[in-house]
Design a protein around this ligand. Sequence first.
Ligand SMILES: Cc1ncc(COP(=O)(O)O)c(C=O)c1O
Length: 366
Amino acid sequence: MTSAPVPRPGILDIAPYIGGESKAAGVARPIRLASNESALGPSPNAVAAYRALAGDIFRYPNGSAAELRAALGRHNGVDPAQVVCGSGSDELIGMLIRAYAGPGDEVLYSRHGFLMYPIGAMSVGAKPVAAPERDLTADVDALLVHVTDRTRIVFIANPNNPTGTYLSADELARLHAGLPKHVVLAIDAAYAEFVHRNDYEPGIGLVNRAENVVMLRTFSKIYALAGLRLGWAYCPPAIADVLNRIRGPFNVTAPALAAGVAAVEDVAALAQARAHNEKWLPWFSDKLAALGLELTPSVGNFVLPRFPDEPGRSADAAFDFLQARGILTRKMGGYGLPKHLRITIGTGEEMETVAAVIAEFMAQER
Ligand SMILES: Cc1ncc(COP(=O)(O)O)c(C=O)c1O
């Protein structure tokens, strides 16, 4: 007997998720581009709905998120009965893994996929399996080669964080067609609303025609409600039933539900946030490319420049240079991309400042 509690095997092998920085020493209001929060902030209607709930927080929320599911149904053309809401899509990722994988099972994802997939797998004693990518893009053939008898879930972030790349609807359908029917395909479309590509589909069509596909969405990105923690899953009825059995009875807070409904109803705010990204993503990408930085084309609200392998010009040096000037970006070592930084698309003014500071960094005498 040991003298202290011991967690289940594998738990202590998990490297804890490290969120983006929110403070820069000596800077009162840093430019925060480390967590892919939407540049324009939430819909004022969502903020008003949140505030309006303040007097009622002694009440339990509606445990089935009925009103929010109905609003999501209306605005996304999905059946509310097949929607399950969660405290951020992180919670839904964890619930899916808990429901469908356990010790000895495998959870497959692509090499630079979102870190919560391997963390979630390890938390239940399952083995995370990373399939290689091509040009920082998920590779359907490589994923299919890595499916074994033990695979229970395949996670694909589409578009992916942190690479910003995506798979077309046809490629996703090909991935699905190659999977055994008992394997869950979880399509994490956290950045779906930012994508303007004719060959892209967030996954609703696949969920409608398959029994083993789940689409995950979040209010943390384009809806800019990350602090409230709100996400949703669109599932085949049997999977919705499973998630509803294991979720906490009041897993989404009342203010989050109220703000979520108002956010979904504010289609003008959504269009504005999309248009903002549509303008500044290419603007900023072009600026970085003109400075000689290598970029994979991103369809999300962030870019992933690769910095030169030269002392003083590395990603770490760029991170420090930016941070010293009050600009917070995200280091990518945890994703196996130590030569890259991930930079969120902020306001126009912020992007102009960041582009100028990176130009200054690249022009320094060495
Ligand atoms: C691909 C992806 N999935 C899920 C999440 C988690 O989002 P949430 O805030 O809804 O938990 C993120 C957030 O960074 C993400 O990038």
